[in-house]
Design a protein around this ligand. Structure first.
Ligand code: AMP
Ligand code: MG
Length: 302
């Protein structure tokens, strides 16, 4: 997944806890081997090679993640679109490479989630347009975190946190205390813009500082606006809170593309979802559900 995975949990026995953590890590490796676009033997790679020629049977798991991603695409009018990678594949953030405008103009013709045809009868996917390329990087980490929590629950764990990069899910509390998650200042990694006490919730942050380079004063980073194929630059950080990490992961990427006004309008009409956004001027914006919390916090704190 190109990211660090961490698991913390409470268990009476250290030995049993190690077995629980190992079970989560085995699942993480399985998901990486199945959904990575960089591993030629993954189901995702096979789909990207063959799905324009004929439907590719991807199995229930990959099918489910793609179906979830399409739901978020419809919800966000295409701000979230796993076919963004039809253009996104031409960036290399490690090597500081971005595509020319000519390459982009051609590549964005293949971005459209409606070019994916899913067949639930045999869990297959077909691409309806040439040069379509799918990357699940905006949703797979959240899915992996949800799977990690499901495995821990099935093993009788009641208090845990599982994280993969910017995506975390928290199970229970820490014996009467909440877990505490900090959100960093997008322009200063040593500073936090908020510290949240949390229980039984998923939290995802998307930032333009995770994978990026600067060329001629322009920041190129890994969150791509499907309309243009260029990096989204309306905001610098988006944190989403909700029940499912698959959802919060996809929504943090979506709201990053949508920006403050459209992003908050969407979040405010989704029950159980909240957002904390840092705009391009460094200003903080929060969804309606968090207004009371910040107001209370302020009055209690002063
Ligand atoms: P996150 O850090 O969760 O926001 O995910 C960023 C990752 O999502 C990128 O590294 C890409 O793999 C993927 N991605 C980038 N732009 C989009 C988009 N518009 N829709 C869906 N996935 C995207
Ligand atoms: Mg995300």
């Amino acid at each position: 997944m190109g990211t660090d995975v961490t698991v913390e949990l409470w268990h009476k026995s250290g030995k049993a806890a190690c077995a629980d953590i190992a079970a989560v890590m085995t699942e993480m490796r399985h998901i990486d081997a199945t959904m990575s676009p960089y591993i030629p033997t993954s189901i995702l790679s096979k789909m990207n090679r063959d799905a324009y020629k004929a439907p590719v049977v991807v199995g229930k798991e990959v099918y489910g993640v793609i179906a979830d991603s399409l739901r978020v695409s419809r919800l966000t009018n295409g701000a979230f679109d796993v076919t963004y990678a039809s253009a996104g594949r031409y960036y290399n953030f490690r090597k500081h490479i971005h595509p020319t405008s000519a390459v982009l103009a051609q590549a964005i013709k293949s971005i459209n989630f409606r070019y994916l045809r899913l067949d639930p009868r045999n869990y297959s996917v077909r691409y309806l347009h040439k040069a379509v390329y799918v990357d699940l990087g905006g949703i797979a980490k959240g899915y992996a975190v949800d799977r990690g929590i499901a495995i821990l629950k099935s093993r009788g764990i009641h208090r845990a946190i599982v994280s993969a990069g910017g995506d975390s899910r928290i199970l229970g509390d820490r014996f009467g205390q909440p877990w505490v998650v900090g959100i960093r200042n997008p322009r200063n990694k040593n500073q936090e813009i908020a510290v949240l006490p949390l229980m039984n919730v998923a939290i995802s942050t998307s930032g333009d500082y995770e994978r990026y380079f600067i060329d001629k004063g322009v920041r190129y980073h890994h969150i791509i606006d499907p309309k243009t194929g260029d990096s989204a630059r309306r905001v610098t950080s988006v944190t989403i809170l909700g029940d499912s990490a698959t959802r919060t992961d996809a929504l943090s990427t979506s709201v990053f593309v949508m920006g403050v006004a459209r992003g908050l309008a969407l979040v405010n009409r989704l029950p159980g979802i909240d957002a904390i956004i840092v705009d391009d001027a460094g200003k903080l914006h929060v969804s309606n559900g968090l207004m009371h919390m910040t107001a209370d916090h302020h009055t209690n704190g002063e």
